[in-house]
Design a protein. Sequence first.
Lengths: 141, 141
Amino acid sequence: MSFMNFNKSTEYAFRILGFLALDERKIYSTDEIYNKVKIPYRYLRKQLTNLTKKGLINSVQGKHGGYRLTKKKSEISLYDIVVCMEDGVLSNECFFGYTDCHLIEKCAMHDKWEEISSSLNNLLKTMNLADITRKEYPAFF
Amino acid sequence: MSFMNFNKSTEYAFRILGFLALDERKIYSTDEIYNKVKIPYRYLRKQLTNLTKKGLINSVQGKHGGYRLTKKKSEISLYDIVVCMEDGVLSNECFFGYTDCHLIEKCAMHDKWEEISSSLNNLLKTMNLADITRKEYPAFF
DNA sequence: AGAAAATAATACCTCTGGGTGTCATTTATG
DNA sequence: CATAAATGACACCCAGAGGTATTATTTTCT
Ligand code: SF4
Ligand code: SF4
């Protein structure tokens, strides 16, 4: 039982970008992506144009069109992806959900919570699309 | 910037139960709680009766009524609170949000993700309402 | 030029979490 | 017994996430 989770769109972005990272030069069509990535077709379409608007991928219109990463896979960290997707999310540093903690000293949870949350941030910052597509590991789709 | 967060009701539950833990025998009225806990009044009311139905607190109706913990504060872990509140949440073990990963070997993210998520679970399981109200620490409200 | 194959735009639907508003019920006490 | 002070029960509302459907645009190919 885990309580951490990103929102679906972010998870989908991981999958999509991870898939595109297999060959960063190639232009993948929606259908090619669809077969691997287990995302409802219409929603995938929407996400792809969203990712395009957000600048994470380039789109090529017209026949033989499709999508490809805007940057080299080693230059896109998971952290980049999350901040890009989760923009609406107010940065929530407080275990109790306070946005305005005026405590001078920290409460019993503060440091423990921060430790975990910073180790998550660390993980996201150190892992990039190249890392998660290394051939030592099986692909996640 | 942190991406972990429980839903608001769970955070509210932490605050409410943490407050009630100050004196586990005392019966606190909604108004007493309201002044400390920074939750919209009507919603607080609703949450209090929810927590009652869920069995985390007892309510006393009528004049001089209010709420108090059902168990000793040292016997209610944060984990208990979270599972109780977040019941609808499907246990999400997969970084990519898959519910049916058929990989025999684990992908590049699996172990790293699991490590963080299990250290969170650990924290929640080891901390209880007595722990977070120790006088060494300032109260979180 | 025109058909085919792709993405873009737009509009809508549905469900849930968070939040409000009103009235009903319970209980202590003068 | 009547009133006041508390909680309980409902019945809404709203915004946003996730998802669907339809039509428009862009490009290639014959
Ligand atoms: S000290 Fe406690 S209440 Fe204040 S921000 Fe940190 S975790 Fe939240
Ligand atoms: S191996 Fe990877 S894809 Fe499979 S459950 Fe673990 S994290 Fe998810």
